[in-house]
Design a protein around this ligand. Sequence first.
Ligand code: AMP
Length: 285
Amino acid sequence: MLLNNIQEVRDEVRKWRKDGLTIGLVPTMGALHAGHVSLIKKAKETCDKVVVSVFVNPIQFGPSEDFDKYPRTLDNDTELCDNEGVDVVFAPSAKEMYGEGQRLSNDVLTYVCPPFFYVNKLCGRTRTGHFDGVCTVVLKLFNIVQPDYAFFGQKDAQQVVIVNKMVNDLNVPVKIIQCPIVREDSGLALSSRNKYLSDEGKKDALVLSRILNNIKACYKKGITDVNALKETAYSFLNNHHELEYLELMNKYTLEEQEKADNSTIALIACRVEGVRLIDNIYLED
Ligand code: AMP
């Protein structure tokens, strides 16, 4: 069932609650692919009822980012959700979510702003305000759907850490379930933004997973010095790649580390054909 209004979602959820059913939410920006489907399948396994939100959230995009050209494929998304047995696809307009005539800045909107420690690094360093926008929309979705469980991908590792922090700090009654990264056979992590890449660009984009896999292999061979591990990346990069960051951190706290250990996640962001791609890997599972 496709719903566009908040009230309709609340009415539907109220019926489910009355019947004692558990509810799962999968927040997305649409252009659904097998990565999203893995979250939906996990939600179906875990919960009686599943809501998928499809909303390209304007307040998490910077002025020079790809909000206008972000792929919007609602008909396909709805069909895919129907095939997966999703109960409600919630696809609100920006007006439904934020009201009319808002400039959507934090002068006029109550924002959820995660702590500086978590946003002053990785994607937050170049995407100013991005995680304020993410936390604000995610908390709104939690308040609208009131799910027991919400499903997020490890693909956006910083996002999951920050959403968990918000949920803990604000006592939001939802359990966050993190799902593994789904990749193409080539190793490329699935992303709605892969649609922007040419065939050649997709080949160049393999550098992200190659660098991460190589770091993991070096760690397994006994190299733990973070700088030494990072340096192994350079031989993979050429002038088709614009590396934005490569970091090794504690996967729970996003603290930087000098020595890698069983808590370490390696995270990378790199532009290929101007498209900003991200990926990450745990050095031990
Ligand atoms: P998005 O539509 O890009 O905002 O993503 C919605 C959710 O799907 C987020 O929790 C993402 O982390 C997750 N996701 C995106 N790509 C993948 C992937 N390749 N594997 C697993 N989860 C993913």
